[in-house]
Design a binder for this molecule. Sequence first.
Ligand code: PLP
Length: 381
Amino acid sequence: MMEFTDRVSRVEPSATLAISQLAGELEAEGADVVDLSVGEPDFPTPENVVDAGKASMDAGDTGYTSSNGISELREAIAEKLQGDGLEYGPENVIVTPGAKQALYETFQTLVQEGDEVVLLDPAWVSYEAMAKLAGASLSRVDLSAHEFRLEPALDELAGTVSDETELLVVNSPSNPSGAVYTDEALEGVRDLAVEHDITVISDEIYERITYGEEPTPLATLEGMRERTVTINGFSKAYSMTGWRLGYLAAPEELIDEAGKLHSHSVSCATNFVQHAGCEALENTEESVEEMVEAFEDRRDLLVDLLAEHDIDVRAPEGAFYMMVPVEEDDQSWCEGAIQDAHVATVPGGAFGTPGYARISYANSEERIREAVDRLVTEGYL
Ligand SMILES: Cc1ncc(COP(=O)(O)O)c(C=O)c1O
């Protein structure tokens, strides 16, 4: 008999699994499912990035690279960060197969058994799992009562964190709420982090997908450079989810420690993918703008369609998700919505805030209209 570790037994299978399984079964039966549960842009990777990847493969970039990533890409990332006002060089960067791996390495490097990790709910599903895998005890601050804004919840956050807190996770723009935290909110986080000597993960993977309010990179605030791990990736801004490319940027002492984990687990990110990443950072301004404009139109459409049915949702300032209030038993609502209306969404409980469904508007306007029509017809909205 195999015996499994406590580590893995602490983690639940993803709550979204039931929904995707149901969607898959219905589709196999021939149903036309509108999938608003997806976490990836519905745009192709920009052509010049694909070409750069192919050219790199043809040029023979198919072996291992240096573990922390090719110097061209680490330099391009450092330059991007310097443009944001963060004085980092290539030595402050580890290139990873996806931002998820960057987060995983960060949790494993910073969190000991029993350490307190604080999440802002609703929080992206994998933070909880990664914290638990590292043995953390979790504390959570719920932003849902404040329309998902952070500054009205700063007092609550102040009451939650203490000198015992090891790590706080901030994700702006947020998955799943789409909220972009204001400078005032981030300064509040900074004050608490400095007061209690807390390290903060700033997951900025949606930073390019905003509709007016641009988030300030947390590490640029005074006192934060030495206590922030900035996470970013190529999946969302450049529609490169399947390429698996991301990074963490942090003070060198963290890079040294996390680098050990990195080299003994993944070795390095895929060689030619890293070369395509250089092209993505340097030559995709227009493609990103076009995609963000399309997302903004869809966000506005969805807010308007919901308002027509007396559901007032504050228009999120970023990412491509929206939390829509549904019934208390959000799991049943989502299961029913997919079963009866063939519309797939994710229950808010998966992110720590039951009573909502996360709707992704990374889908065409036509399909978004179709989804709302069906949900109304079947009595879900
Ligand atoms: C908030 C957030 N962070 C990190 C990731 C991981 O992205 P990837 O591993 O594709 O770079 C995701 C993907 O859904 C996300 O939503």
